[in-house]
Design a protein around this ligand. Structure first.
Ligand SMILES: CC(C)(COP(=O)(O)OP(=O)(O)OC[C@H]1O[C@@H](n2cnc3c(N)ncnc32)[C@H](O)[C@@H]1OP(=O)(O)O)[C@@H](O)C(=O)NCCC(=O)NCCS
Length: 178
């Protein structure tokens, strides 16, 4: 089931058969973006994803994956990553914008939170996320844990600047369950 498609990419829900491809995407981001100790945690997550998890296909190969869920009324992003060789191709932006649209379609959600590293905090800051906590080496040696959040007001202001249209019609309500 394709949930969103651009001329070259498709976003669809993760299925168990995607596990190896997602692990390969994770490994391609070692050791700069992820610590090797996080691999078993990601593997366990893929065995039983909490909330919703998606993959991005560029033709046949999977090139990115990422999820979202809601906890205590706050939207959250989980395990978002683009295959190292495809960084800088706008895939990360496409997946992030789509997940933000999907979460903020739920009127009760006023905030999206993420824990990321110092290497990607700048990427999220470009989308209006602000840092609330920064723990040196929080994810492992050389990989800090940076907690960031995006308020609905900042998201809507950014949307109004870039496009007067409503959120993507393909980002349908009902996903990213608790
Ligand atoms: C963070 C990540 C998802 C970004 O995806 P991407 O496809 O490489 O990014 P895009 O091509 O969409 O980048 C869009 C813009 O953000 C900028 N950007 C990308 N990564 C950035 C970073 N780490 N810091 C600041 N800006 C960044 C790009 O330069 C680009 O700018 P431009 O539009 O002016 O050219 C990707 O680098 C990644 O998978 N990293 C490893 C996994 C990870 O750390 N995930 C974080 C969540 S836990």
């Amino acid at each position: 089931m394709t949930l969103h498609a651009s001329p070259s990419t498709q976003i669809r829900p993760y299925v168990a058969a995607d596990q190896e491809a997602c692990l390969a995407i994770f490994r391609s981001n070692l050791p700069r973006y992820f610590d090797p100790s996080e691999l078993p945690e990601f593997e366990a997550f893929l065995d039983k994803p909490s909330g919703e998890y998606f993959v991005v296909a560029l033709g046949a190969p999977l090139v990115a994956c990422g999820g979202c869920y809601v906890r205590e009324g706050v939207g959250r992003l989980s395990w978002g990553m683009v295959a190292r060789e495809h960084h800088g191709s706008a895939l990360g932006t496409q997946l992030l914008v789509w997940r933000m649209d999907r979460l903020f379609l739920r009127p009760e959600i006023d905030e999206i939170a993420i824990d990321t590293s110092q290497h990607t905090a700048g990427f999220f800051a470009r989308h209006g996320f602000r840092t609330s906590q920064h723990v040196i080496d929080g994810f492992g040696a050389g990989i800090d844990q940076v907690s960031m959040s995006l308020q609905r007001s900042a998201y809507e202001a950014a949307r109004a600047r870039t496009s007067p249209a409503q959120p993507s019609p393909t980002a349908s309500l009902g996903g990213c369950g608790d």
